[in-house]
Design a protein around this ligand. Structure first.
Ligand SMILES: [Zn+2]
Length: 333
């Protein structure tokens, strides 16, 4: 499974993260696969990404369609179509291009969800037809839906485009502006039905906007090919840290509603998960510095991708720290 770092940020943030990893990270390469939203990327950030691409730091670059920004109310779905088409036609320096999707949220009425599912199918087809043929081969249609009927409709439309690579974007949403993706048992079941259906057709599946390590684990069980994540960065801003197979816990104690852990509990987690990195070698530094939390979380994501854990070890960690993800336990063995 491939981890794709979602990096629609400005040059200052990108350069700081890169420098910190060069100075204190390890030989693993968290910036090999990157996703950006060209339509909303600060120009100075885009330059940095272009530079990384030319130097070969980025091996696989994905252009996202900005469906998330429609969800946040920052652009109308119909306007996205023409603006995105212009960007994709003019800037052909990515490896993969996400087709424009209309993202349903958990709070939407049934009718609205169906409308968005149909929008995604129809507009993706039209958009695909407008693309130059080299880009058609590199495009990724997105599947949406909260019920099997919706997801099937969406999946059939995506398969028709014969792209060989399809994305799934409808995790249940919660939080401010429905912006936090979570993998509920219902979404998990739906996703497993989709993976089963496309497995025989040799189509690769991408999962959009994945956040915590336990969810990464669930996606691996489903043999998802790739996922993108910005959670490791965002959650650090909320004072939270990951550990392998452990959900985010707050260590800055500024947010009274967040579930916190003490220094002692954090050190216990380090021992149980076997995670070490420069950025969490001092709890005080991790507590004080947002960038250290960002880079530690990134290092944890690298552990999730590259470190081998036995099924028993995974069980033990999930049981202890991420109990609500236990619904998957039966499928790990
Ligand atoms: Zn660490």
């Amino acid at each position: 499974m491939n981890f794709i770092a979602s990096l629609t940020r400005d040059s200052g943030e990108l350069n700081t993260m890169f420098r910190l990893w060069q100075e204190h990270g390890d030989e693993r390469d968290p910036f090999a696969n990157v996703m950006i939203t060209p339509l909303f990327m600060p120009p100075n950030g885009k330059k940095v990404i272009q530079n990384w691409r030319e130097k070969g730091i980025i091996k696989n670059l994905y252009f996202d369609s900005a469906g998330f920004y429609v969800q946040m109310g920052k652009i109308e779905y119909t306007r996205l179509f023409s603006e995105l088409l212009m960007v994709y036609r003019n800037e052909q320096w990515a490896d993969w291009y996400i087709l424009p999707d209309h993202v349903p949220t958990s709070g939407d009425a049934e009718e609205t969800i169906w409308k968005k599912v149909r929008d995604t199918a129809e507009y993706s087809q039209m958009f695909y037809e407008e693309l130059p043929s080299e880009l058609q081969m590199k495009s990724i249609p997105v599947v949406h839906g909260f019920t099997a009927a919706q997801a099937n409709y969406s999946l059939q439309a995506a398969i028709k485009l014969k792209t060989g690579y399809i994305g799934f974007g409808s995790f249940s949403t919660s939080g401010k502006s429905s912006s936090i993706n979570k993998l509920t048992p219902a979404a998990y079941t739906l996703l497993s039905q989709i993976t089963n259906k496309i497995a025989q057709a040799s189509i690769k599946l991408h999962a959009f906007g994945v956040s915590t390590p336990p969810v990464v684990h669930l996606l691996r069980q489903l043999k998802v090919f790739s996922f993108d994540s910005i959670g490791w960065m965002k959650t650090a801003g909320f004072g939270k840290v990951y550990m392998p197979y452990v959900r985010a816990y707050n260590i800055t104690y500024k947010d009274k509603s967040a579930q916190t852990i003490t220094r002692y509990e954090f050190e216990e987690m380090q021992a149980i998960t076997g995670h070490t990195c420069f950025f969490c070698s001092s709890f005080q530094q991790l507590h004080e510095k947002r960038y250290y939390r960002i880079m530690h979380n990134l290092s944890v994501m690298m552990d999730m991708m590259h470190k081998v854990y036995t099924p028993d070890h995974i069980h033990l960690i999930l049981d202890r720290y991420s109990a609500k993800y236990n619904f998957i336990n039966g499928e790990i063995k």
